[in-house]
Design a protein around this ligand. Sequence first.
Ligand SMILES: [Mg+2]
Length: 232
Amino acid sequence: MFTNIKHIFFDLDRTLWDFKANSRATLSEVYTAFNLQEKGIRSAMDFIKTYEKINERMWDLYRRGELSKEKLRYGRFQKTLLLFGIKNELIGKEIGQYYIKHSPYKVGLFDHSHEILTFLKKNYQLHVITNGFEEVQHVKLRESKLLEYFDKIITSEAANAKKPDPKIFEYAESDTGAQKENCLIIGDDLEADIKGGIASGWKVIHFDPHREFDKVENVLTIHHLQELEKHL
Ligand SMILES: [Mg+2]
């Protein structure tokens, strides 16, 4: 199934870097640092759950190019606060800045990330392909000691296109000197990583750690990173 693979591209958020756990840890800090309980938000979990829903919707708009980076960064917190009756755009902006500054320093990874990357690096060239912000993704990779495994870090900002846009896959091929038939992407996002990869002629593996998705026909799904050892 995976013959002729030379280049393996890992998505970063929710594939190696445990975005949900790291984000929640930062949001709990936000809840305390900005006295959100005194401002009427009953618990950190109320704040987190509301924020996550809004963030997901706004990320979709951002991915489709319907929202700027600035609007996403601050708007998601301003909207969350508004839902709790807090009409203060400045605090929303300050929280946005706090979040961007602190969350990349969290180092929660999915189990066996280091082991599997060490294993794969013996036989493949490894890269990252991510829709996250350039400066944020580099901090995450450095802080969680992942940088050493990867030859190229492909970000949507450098490619000027976001997954699933074929342009970022083409950019990745030319930046790494790879041919599409030698490329494999491993990621959690069915649209960005899996459909995007297939449309660009790459091989794909879907990572579904929380068993959230229906199985996609003809696509290998894994639930733990160490399963990769069996297949690659
Ligand atoms: Mg992801």
